[in-house]
Design a protein around this ligand. Structure first.
Ligand code: FUB
Length: 329
């Protein structure tokens, strides 16, 4: 039986997207992008996503009202940020909450920064500078069972991942295509203080059924953006958006940095250009938080976050969600 608020916009007072959901102290917290309303046209560079701040959403439980806790961090308060505060995540470490977020620096390069708070809803105090060596977008952070903290990140096209292939920023860099190996996502380990990477960022490999890296032209399966990592029965599940083909897919591995083997599709396309998600265990069941553009009637930069139950079998296989199928779930 579906819950009353399942597959419906969780808040309607603001546009929200890219939900990273977590359970902290028994309560559900959602860290979304806060979409900015405007009438300018969309482009392939994502220039329409001109978000300026973050609001944290919370729910006492899955049936309760979803509350917008107001301003948690604004771009004007982050010294290194010029604009475009995109998809964030948050982790709780040693009693502190760390908001991990991407934004463009004053040179127009996407970087990843951290802001901290004693409360899961902020306000968050930003670190002076971005994480050295970070680039691109969509950070998702996993604290593993041994306390090590891993950051998964990176996005193609407007997310600039292709532009860093040489190790230096090159806006004219070739985009891998056809039979060339696909890029990303990126992987690095945070230090305990959450203010530096302690490993050199590296590309993770997603392999096909023959153990070969997925190819750039395999757009139904290759990584585009929006990584998420969840752990289930000791296995690591990397899920992500395929961008241009609008799917959410997942791959399985035995260690946090892979390699991962492609397993299947988590979700068919939603209304809008694409979706971005998180996978979280709540009271012993698994849920997918995601977004579509229902609230704005399809305006791709005015999105709304939703959730739905995920069916995961004992072997970790995830049943594909058909987001508008009333007979499912
Ligand atoms: O919200 C801006 C960008 O759109 C995100 O970073 C991507 O994952 C896509 O959802």
């Amino acid at each position: 039986m579906r819950r009353n608020n399942e597959r419906k916009p969780l808040v309607t007072n603001i546009y929200t997207a890219d939900p990273s959901a977590h359970v902290f102290n028994g309560k559900i917290y959602i860290y979304p992008s806060h979409d900015f309303e405007h009438d300018c046209p969309d482009d392939d560079n994502g220039d329409q996503y001109i978000m300026q701040d973050y609001h944290v959403l919370s729910m006492d439980n899955l049936d309760s009202e979803c509350v917008d806790n107001g301003l948690a961090l604004h771009e004007n308060d982050v010294p290194w940020v010029k604009n475009q505060m995109w998809a964030p995540d948050c982790v709780c470490k040693n009693g502190k909450y760390y908001l991990v977020f991407p934004a463009k620096d004053h040179e127009g390069k996407f970087r990843i920064g951290v802001a901290e708070s004693d409360s899961p809803v902020g306000p968050f105090k930003p670190q002076e500078n971005y994480i050295q060596g970070s680039y691109s977008i969509d950070p998702a952070v996993l604290i593993d069972d041994d306390g090590r903290t891993f950051c998964y990140y990176g996005g193609l096209w407007g997310g600039q991942l292709e532009m860093w292939q040489s190790g230096e920023f090159n806006p004219d860099e070739h985009r891998p295509e056809g039979d060339e190996p696909a890029l990303g996502p990126m992987f690095a380990e945070f230090n305990d203080e959450m203010n530096a990477f302690i490993t050199e960022p590296k590309h993770l490999q997603i392999l096909d059924e023959n153990g070969e890296p997925l190819k750039a032209g395999d757009e139904d399966r290759r990584y585009f953006e929006g990584p998420w990592m969840h752990k289930h029965h000791g296995k690591y599940y990397l899920s992500y958006s395929t961008g241009t083909t609008h799917y959410l897919c997942y791959a399985e591995g035995d260690s946090p940095d892979g390699p991962f083997t492609y397993k299947g599709r988590i979700m068919e396309p939603v209304l809008g250009w694409t979706t971005h998600h998180s996978v979280v265990e709540i009271d012993g069941e698994w849920y997918l938080f995601y977004h579509d553009c229902e609230l704005s009637g399809g305006v791709t930069h005015e999105r709304c976050v939703k959730y739905t139950k995920l069916n995961i079998d004992a072997d970790g296989n995830i049943e594909t969600i058909r987001p508008y199928d009333e007979t499912q779930g």
